[in-house]
Ligand binder design. Sequence first.
Ligand code: NDP
Ligand code: OXD
Length: 323
Amino acid sequence: MTTKRGTLALLIHGGTENWSPARWKQRFDEVCADRPVWLAAEGGGDPASVHYAAVWKPVPGELAGFPNLKVIFNLGAGVDALMADKTLPKVPLVRVSVGDLTHRMSEYVALHVLMHHRQELYLRESQRAKRWAPRYQWPAGAITVGIMGLGTLGADAAEVLVRLGFRVVGWSNSPKRIDRVECFHGKEQLDVFLRRTDILVSLLPLTPDTRHILNRELFLKLNRSGPMGAPVVINAGRGGLQNEVDILSCLDDGTLGAVSLDVYATEPLPPDNPFWTHPKVVLTPHNAADTDPDEISKYVARQIARFEAGQSLENLVDPARGY
Ligand code: NDP
Ligand code: OXD
């Protein structure tokens, strides 16, 4: 006699091409073999049969509708939206930490650090004006990139930037050791970290401690004596990390030279948001590191197999820390 395997419910509300629920369902059907995979939005299933939920931006309260849930798998790295759901079932929550997503983020960070370091905004403007006027180009070693958040993503981006020749400093909650990266931690060491930094890269999770951490007071502490003249900020963490009014006023009064933003307080970014047209803003639509259905579905299937074999789940979220 075969025992019926607990259903894996998919709760996917992304809206963008990458988050097409049908695409994710097809991948999960392939890797879950004889386990039923249920696209909850289609209705018709039995919530009591659901043991696992794989989710992206579930509606608050949605997960509370599964009385026999054993594990929640977030299909991305950031869990701030789930942490905000007061009805979230008290079962283990696993987040994504896989090579594919990590490497995509390091590509984004390298691309945007290089773009500002190599004065691409000025060079594109010169091209449009048909102006042959190269400016002095300093070497990568003259720039210190400061990475806020030295977790899965920040640590990998730091290593890539070191290989490109940048000086790299980093900041996290707890002490870290990363080869050729000067690591700082905790609130007491934040100012020293900021004073060294010419290009600030934010790869922090959004928690009560980090909300609006990217504000004018912090920007004023960044290094202003480097070759770029004014510091640059790159935020691919979460929109809630940034004070958007401060970013705009700091760009306008020269406190910041430029910003690259992938995430926003309101997503999708409304058409009338000034970021769209600001000449010192390089904007991407929260696609710095899209999650790949192939690798993530295999990752979730592997975690379920570990769980059912009595082994520990990997990359568990600590609800007390919020990440
Ligand atoms: P991790 O949990 O691996 O790393 C988080 C890092 O932030 C850790 O180093 C942690 O310190 C540090 N940190 C957290 N809170 C604080 C604090 N209050 N002060 C100082 N340091 C702090 O997460 P990931 O690297 O996997 O992902 C980071 C974030 O990136 C995600 O939460 C998500 O919001 C965002 N993201 C964005 C994507 C995009 O496409 N734009 C894609 C994927 C993720 P410690 O190590 O000491 O705990
Ligand atoms: C994530 C994201 O958190 O894509 O994985 O934003």
